[in-house]
Design a protein around this ligand. Sequence first.
Ligand SMILES: Cc1cc2nc3c(=O)[nH]c(=O)nc-3n(C[C@H](O)[C@H](O)[C@H](O)COP(=O)(O)O)c2cc1C
Length: 221
Amino acid sequence: MDITEVIRTTFACREWTEDPVSDETLARILEHARFAPSGGNRQGWRVIVVRDPDTRAAIAQAAERPARRYVAMQMAGEGPWNAAFPSSVTDESAADVRVPRRLVDTYVDAPVLLAICVDLGVVASVDKELDRVGVISGASIYPFVWSVLLMARNEGLGGVLTTIPIANEPELKSLLNLPDHYAVCAFLPLGVPKRQLTRLKRGPVEGFTTIDRFDGESFGG
Ligand SMILES: Cc1cc2nc3c(=O)[nH]c(=O)nc-3n(C[C@H](O)[C@H](O)[C@H](O)COP(=O)(O)O)c2cc1C
């Protein structure tokens, strides 16, 4: 597949056929993804291929509470789980919200489930002293995560970058036996897509690009 096509068509796939994903295919995907960049080329990624059904069920279970909050925040007109504005939603106020199964079942249903973690001991988190939520640490792991998804697409597979269970990270860390200085970054369910989606909905360049300043003249378009 041509790189432009891969970039423009890698969609969030949450339903798969029964077809298995071979270890050879998975190994090939990881073999290419390892060329992703990371701060100082420290390559702090760690991949866990989660096969144990009980572990997968526990990950799905960990997604329930934060997924319920996510939906309740959406219903309250908030940007779910945003770190810029306070939320009016609590576990109690969200208790009766129905969780969409697609936010939970993927961890159990997918032919392959990868847990992607990062060693915070090697990541340069240059924004760690700022008075806002850290975002730079993610820049040393999500290029790798995205490369896995792009390479999966190139192999005819589909997956989705998911994070919702990570609101319960302490539970997940003991489940996966992670050392303290590791963070859980994403769960990637992967498999052969049940159906294809090739026209992704994304805003145009001129909607997010300006010249010289945030409020500068629009670029593009
Ligand atoms: C940082 C991040 C976190 C995400 N977390 C979840 C998640 O927990 N569960 C889920 O089903 N999808 C999750 N997604 C997938 C997004 O919903 C999806 O990428 C987006 O809606 C675009 O979908 P599309 O490519 O099919 O248009 C996440 C995506 C990103 C980039």
